[in-house]
Each structure stands twice: as structure tokens, then as C-alpha cells.
Design a protein around this ligand. Sequence first.
Ligand code: CUA
Length: 156
Amino acid sequence: MAKIHRYERAFLILSAIMLVVFLAALGYAAFGMGLHLPTRAGQIRPEDVARTPPFDRPGVREVEPGRWEAVVVARAWGFNPAEIRVPVGQPVTFRITSVDIIHGFHVDDTRINLMVLPGQVSELEYTFRKPGEHLVICHEYCGAGHHAMAGKVIAE
Ligand code: CUA
């Protein structure tokens, strides 16, 4: 049998342990903490956003009892609607797309953090646990008005 150098053996064991630790951390984040990547929820022609449901009517609505949808259109340099009012304690699915370039949608103090890509619908479900006002910022540099591209989510 080939002899394995002891440093090599140590590295092999260390690598195996690291793999297990990282997998455990990933599993805990996904199943224990409920962290998920935003879903790629379909494609949309950027030039048709204004007449493609649900983006023809941006805003918040109850899609079935106790379930809400927040439809947001991003453009340089603002979100429509800029003020999003959602109920506390009920799941809200954020659906968002861009009509021009790449933007970001980050809601302060939450795990809502979406890339907003022209041609693509980004989706994420979130339940606000307590009332409050959250700043929404665009976190992808999108030109001269990037720093001013903001909105708010009010959970009430
Ligand atoms: Cu939109 Cu930065």
C-alpha cells in the first residue's frame, strides 16, 4: 500500500472536515434560518412591462385571503410605487422587474435583497413580523441618480 505523508494525510482530513462544516452551515442557513436565493420567476420584455400583468398595475394587493403581492417596477431612478404598504404578519410576495438597466432592491432590516434585471422577474416572499418603516435602496450602481434611488416599505 502506498504510504501517505503525514502532512498530506492531515490536509486530506482537514479538507474533509471543512466540507462537512460548510455543508452543515449551508444546510442550517437554508433549512434552519429559511434563507433562500430569490427566485428567477420568469421573463418579461422590458419594453412591454407597462402592459404585462401584474406589472401593468404596480402596487400591493391581496391575491387570496391572507396572502399579498407587492408588484414593483424599477427604472432609472426610482421605484414604482415608491411607498409600499404591507400588512404585518402575513406573507407578501415581492415581484419586481426593471424597464431599463440593472437595479437592486434592498429593504433595510430584512433579508429582502433582490437583483432587478431588465427582462427578468425577481420574486421573494417575506413576512413582516412587526410594524415599522423600512428604507428601500437600490444597491446596484445604475448611473447618475443611483444614490437617490430609494423608497420605503411600511409594515402596518
Ligand atoms: Cu438603480 Cu442604483
